[in-house]
Write a protein that binds this ligand. Sequence first.
Ligand SMILES: Cc1cc2nc3c(=O)[nH]c(=O)nc-3n(C[C@H](O)[C@H](O)[C@H](O)COP(=O)(O)O)c2cc1C
Length: 185
Amino acid sequence: MDLIHTLYTRRSIRKYKMTPVPKEVITKLLEAATLAPSASNSQPWSFVVLQDTQLLKTYSDRAKELCLASIKDKPDPHNYRKILADPDFNIFYNAGTLIIIYGHEGATTFEDCSLAAQNLMLAAHAEGLGTCWIGFSIALLDNQDFKKELGIPQDSTAVAPIIVGYPELVPSSYTRNPPRILLWK
Ligand SMILES: Cc1cc2nc3c(=O)[nH]c(=O)nc-3n(C[C@H](O)[C@H](O)[C@H](O)COP(=O)(O)O)c2cc1C
């Protein structure tokens, strides 16, 4: 797929087919992620791949609890409290695969890992797969007890949790504001 077409047609996918994503396809996506630029070529990323829908459902429940606790008493302009309190809402949208990009300590960890995440999402789209970054899951994935449970180093930071799967439903259109140009001399 032509790169510009890939950019214009990628959407966040929130409804997936049950078809599992094969290991070799996941491996290809991880490799695409590592092609991202990083400061001083530091490549401060590691990957966790979870492919168990039932397990992801339990992680969704735990993440929702942590999220609700963290936004308690805070302004809620997007009505997240109501969404997260719904027992039927799975933050991972029943996707069969979650790839988490964990960052190692460094001055530009978030920038570097986010670039890797964008590579991964675009490569997935080019392969006919859908993705969605799940910010709601960070509260759990970066929780020290959770990392201990999964054997993830305590000094790793969860940056980009991305669900992956074959799209069942692709949103028809998207809206973007035109570029806000502050200065062009
Ligand atoms: C940092 C970040 C966190 C996000 N967290 C969530 C999330 O928790 N749940 C969700 O459904 N979408 C999440 N998204 C997806 C955005 O809602 C989506 O990218 C945005 O609405 C634009 O739509 P598009 O990706 O289809 O162009 C997140 C995206 C980013 C970049």
